[in-house]
Write a protein that binds this ligand. Structure first.
Ligand code: XMP
Length: 526
């Protein structure tokens, strides 16, 4: 195991993912975790991440007392990156000062000629471009350390004490702007630390199935809310493989789904995945509660509450049918949610829930007394897709764009029940998405959708003056939905889509494109 201690760098997840891509399990925990928590995980390598702090600030986060002694005594390799390296230096009696010249962005470094632990023989004596982002600099090494690389300005870029197995990089090897960074990391992990590349998704699957079988007793039942998204589908498919039809899934049609969404996902659940799933048509329930409601937060809260109430009803029905209460609930929680739920102090990272109250099943009431099964909680999205593929979830399903829990309610601005807004939006959205698929662009776009505006504009169609609706097309690229750029369509694509929409959707006479990134906008309009 490679354990990452997180001090709040924006790249911490990236290091974890990069190492996993080398087929090595890496986990990330808070940089201020206790020594017993670190030791319990029995890491072979501990990486101290970068972070926004200076080691000189009061209360700057650090590893627990005794950590370096523990590492030395137990043969654990320690690599500090940026802030992590400065922590090692300071704790071992070296000197870190506020640098005269701050180094940000791409830099050239030269690697020393002498054989060392951090760099393989091919790198010795050469230069490399790396990504620096630091204000402080190491000016005196702790005893027993040597410099392995310097920037061309002469600042220390890499250090090591090979016999104690302590190493430090002032730059970020994990980012693509450090082109040789992964070569260095690979050499370090495999050749120096002797880590083996044995973490495969097939093993993760088998291990999870074993754990679930042990956890759920032979007479116990499990429930799961399927949203039609990748995470809940993969989680349910995995649990189904472990305990068969003692899993009971529910899919709620809230009347806010996309064009033919219910038929499409139900067919995948039943025909492709053979999941035991009940479809509850609750459109009337949702839409009557939403009638006349214009405030986005109110809409979200109403939808969240209604989901919970329907889920509760489902659990009660099951109890009647089975003669006992289901005891477990499956959730498709992913690793970033786990990490984000306890961001290190001062990292500036907060839960996105503060911007919009996102609906997902995470909002279920505590008094449901269900124990959780979260089989994906150590995985990133791309890993979930890999797992889904092993579980034979159709590729087209795994690649679907994200869709928000409150569905089209956050894409029809204002009152969703007014006129035939939902129906118009469904048709526009379907034309837009189908055109994107036909143009072979679907997989290059993180998310694309249409938005219905509660305004009407004047137009002219077939010599007639019209006073009809305005819709907006939005397509973005993103890594994780936290930040996003708008997607650049070529001129012809846009001309064709707009023509198709205006010719085929009654009630629309104007189409706009949203070219705002996030920030300042959010992805969804509400
Ligand atoms: P925003 O609009 O917050 O969206 O920039 C970021 C990503 O989250 C999705 N989203 C949601 N997902 N429940 C969800 O499960 C929600 O309530 C919700 N609201 C937004 C959005 O589609 C985008 O991918």
């Amino acid at each position: 195991l490679v354990l990452i201690l997180d001090y709040g760098s924006q790249y911490t997840h990236l290091i974890t993912r990069r190492i996993r891509h080398l087929s090595v399990l890496s986990l990330c925990i808070s940089g201020t975790s206790s020594l017993s928590c670190i030791a319990e995980l029995k890491p072979r390598v501990v990486i101290l991440s970068g972070g926004p702090h200076s080691v000189h600030t009061d209360g700057a986060p650090s590893f627990p007392d005794g950590f370096l002694r523990y590492a030395e005594e137990n043969g654990v390799y320690v690599l500090g990156i940026c802030y992590g390296m400065q922590l090692i230096v300071q704790k071992l009696g070296g000197v870190v000062t506020v640098g005269e010249k701050q180094e940000y962005g791409k830099m050239e470094i030269s690697v020393e000629e002498e054989e060392c632990g951090l760099y393989g023989p091919e790198a010795l004596g050469g230069t490399q471009t790396v990504w620096m982002s630091h204000g402080d600099e190491v000016v005196k090494l702790p005893e027993g350390f040597t410099v392995a690389a310097r920037s061309l300005q002469g600042t220390v870029a890499a250090i090591e004490n090979h016999s104690k197995r302590f190493y430090g990089l002032q730059y970020h090897p994990e980012v693509t702007h450090s082109p040789q960074g992964m070569v260095t990391l690979r050499h370090f992990l495999f050749d120096v630390c002797g880590v083996t590349a044995d973490w495969e998704m097939q093993d993760v699957l088998e291990e999870e199935i074993k754990v679930i079988k042990e956890m759920v007793g032979p007479d116990e039942h499990v429930i799961c809310a399927l949203s039609g998204g990748v995470d809940s589908t993969v989680a349910a498919t995995l649990v189904h493989k472990a305990i068969g039809d003692r899993l009971h899934c529910v899919f709620v049609d809230n009347g806010l789904l996309r064009y033919k969404e219910r038929e499409r996902v139900m067919s995948t659940f039943q025909s492709d995945l053979h999941l035991p799933v009940t479809c509850v048509d609750a459109s009337d329930r949702f839409l009557s509660k939403l009638k006349g409601v214009k405030d986005p937060e109110c809409k979200r809260k109403i939808i969240g509450r209604e989901f919970i109430s329907i889920f509760d009803d489902f659990a009660q029905e099951l109890e009647k049918e089975l003669g006992k209460r289901p005891t477990f609930l499956v959730q498709g929680t992913l690793y970033p949610d786990v990490i984000e739920s306890c961001p290190p102090p001062g990292s500036g990272r907060t839960h996105s829930h503060t911007i919009k109250s996102h609906h997902n099943v995470g909002g279920l009431p505590k008094d449901m007394k269900l124990k959780l099964i979260e089989p994906l909680k150590l995985l990133f999205k791309d890993e979930v897709r890999k797992l889904g593929s092993i579980l034979n979830v159709p590729e087209s399903f795994l690649k679907r764009h994200p869709f928000p829990g409150p569905g089209l309610a956050v894409r029809v601005l204002g009152d969703v029940t007014e006129g035939n807004a939902l129906e118009i939006l469904r048709q526009v959205d379907e034309i837009f998405i189908q055109s994107i698929k036909d143009a072979g662009l679907y997989d290059s776009i993180w998310q694309a959708f249409a938005v219905f505006l509660p305004v009407q504009s004047v137009g002219v169609q077939g010599d007639q003056r019209t006073h009809s609706h305005v819709v907006v097309l939005r397509a973005i690229t993103s890594e994780d939905g936290m930040t996003a750029d708008w997607y650049y369509f070529d001129h012809k694509f846009l001309v064709d889509v707009v023509r198709k929409i205006c010719n085929n959707v009654r009630g629309v006479n104007r189409v706009c494109q949203d070219i705002t990134s996030k920030p300042p906008a959010t992805v969804e309009w509400e």
